[in-house]
Design a protein around this ligand. Sequence first.
Ligand SMILES: [Co+2]
Length: 446
Amino acid sequence: MAATAPAEELKTLSVNTPLDKGNGENETANGDAAEHSDDGSDADEQVPEATAPAGEGGAKKKKNKKKKPKKKKKSPTAQTEPPSIPLSQLFPNKNYPKGEEVEYKDDNLYRTTSEEKRYLDNMNADFLSDYRQAAETHRQVRQWAQKNIKPGQTLTEIANGIEDSVRRLVGHDGLTEGDAIIAGMGFPTGLNLDDVAAHYSPNAGCKKVLQQNNVMKVDIGVQINGRIVDSAFTMAFDPMYDNLLAAVKDATNTGLREAGIDVRLGELGGYIQEAMESYECEINGTTYPIKPIRNITGHNILPYSIHGTKSVPSVKSSDATKMEEGDVFAIETFGSTGNGRCVEQGEVSHYALSSDAPKVDLRLSSAKSLLNTIKKNFGTLPFCRRYLDRIGQDKYLLGLNNLVKSGIVDDYPPLVDKKGSYTAQFEHTILLRPNVKEVISRGDDY
Ligand SMILES: [Co+2]
């Protein structure tokens, strides 16, 4: 889930000017395209059955066309489609897979072998185990989603498919009071189309259907004991958008690579900006420079709090705040063919209890009881209207709007760039452990 930056906060020093429009020769149209032609990647693991009819196809034994992958009996990663087996059963010893571990560099290289830092790291066993369980849940659910999301599906069925899977895998359906706080969704699933960059999730009655020419950002949060994994990817079905996606993937990977203890956030933004702006993308005959969206930022993550106090800009800024040992960050970047700036627009779906709620005497009884319901079911975790619907709340809009007006609940309207533009997003969560950086949500998909 994305954080926003007020315009003034970003005292940006524009780096290089973007490429000339329509300039045919450029060093940027890169060879990265292959990197994200990743749909169905894990299907490759399947070994075609020896018993397959001999006559069939003959020429190429590519993929086993059978729908159900053969379950390897002892494989700890055997999961169903859609995902339904709790991770606790797949990993009975809690040996959840690691993310991508990356050594610190330069002045922090000593951390790799420091006994003291390793000792500190070992004290955090539960933290790591919860984080890895949440991350593996995220990977399993999103890889199923990447394989199965198709044009023609409604956004509602896509969101429910993802969220029901997450809840099954963490073993908490969230239907009884307090259950969703133990483990489940870290925030509402974002399904953001085209010029909508962030914070759209279908409300009841949403009739939107995914189209072949859409660019969809899928932003999923999974939490275990308040340890939130925040990771997002972009799907497009038309290769026309390949360079847009490649730009953002590169920008996010640049941020992940350059992030580390003692790194200044404003400088990190500069590296991200440089990577992003080295791309352009031709869409329907027009060539667009890819701009980082400057008023949406990455952010640190605290227990049960998706947006901490630090933000990670996608453009160079004067923010000299440092990343520190023990920090958890969502590194997310957005690229756009539009203005590179978003405004709040459209019907709200995302809400969360405000961290600095004023003490107000609520007069509206429906607001009072809704506040109680929110506290007991979501605590400080963001929620959406569908989450209220599924626990049996109805006719809550008046009360909800009253809580927003009173400053007790914050609303997060959709963030939208220029009409007709296209935006993309990639995001991972990283742990700045004492002795190593772990990109906890890394997968072989992105
Ligand atoms: Co985020």
